[in-house]
Design a protein around this ligand. Structure first.
Ligand code: IMP
Ligand code: MG
Length: 172
């Protein structure tokens, strides 16, 4: 039987998103900003974040998968949707749901760098730092978690539970 242990409630998350949106809005004031959302997991975080930013920006998406139907990162990343807008010389901010081993992020940073952007920074809802294998820099992390597998607020387990408004740790 799966057990859902509450980690962050919707009000905690809202406060974190407000705070990070404030930091991003002041850092990118008068700079050309492009957000790159990582599908699918980041779609809820991203949609809340964009409505709290107070600066103009453009937005695009990539879709990657690495987990399959397991809770352990496979390390085999497949890019299912590429970017369509021109990011040459632009300031890129990657929006991720959770950084675990860092494989997805380091793959994406390499991919995006091939289009010669001006700067690339990373914003994630959750930083699961204990499992990090790749040396990736996270510029904005809303919340740090240790081990475990998390669902809700966009994060899935085998494509389920993305719809939960709060965040849970899953006990398998
Ligand atoms: P990484 O490549 O190991 O850093 O894994 C990152 C990707 O795996 C994220 O984009 C998530 O979609 C997914 N992921 C990692 N940890 C979790 C988790 O605890 N719950 C749900 N998805 C996760
Ligand atoms: Mg993801």
């Amino acid at each position: 039987m799966l057990e859902f242990i509450p980690v962050l409630g919707r009000n905690d998350i809202e406060q974190m998103v407000t705070d990070v949106a404030h930091r991003i809005s002041s850092e990118y004031q008068n700079k050309e900003l492009i957000l790159i959302g990582i599908l699918k997991g980041a779609f809820v975080f991203l949609s809340d974040l964009v409505r709290k930013l107070t600066i103009p920006f453009k937005i695009d998406f990539v879709c990657v998968s690495s987990y399959g139907f397991n809770t352990l990162s496979s390390g085999n990343i497949s890019l299912n949707k590429e970017i369509d807008i021109d990011i040459n010389n632009k300031n890129i901010l990657i929006i991720e749901d959770i950084v675990d081993t860092g494989s997805t992020l380091s793959y994406l940073v390499k991919y995006l760098k091939s289009f010669n952007p001006g700067t690339i920074k990373v914003c994630t809802l959750l930083d699961k730092y204990e499992c990090r294998k790749e040396n990736v820099k996270i510029d904005y992390a809303c919340h740090v978690v240790s081990e475990g597998f998390f669902v809700g607020y966009g994060l899935d387990y085998a494509e389920d539970y993305r719809y939960l408004p709060d965040l849970y740790k899953l006990k398998l």
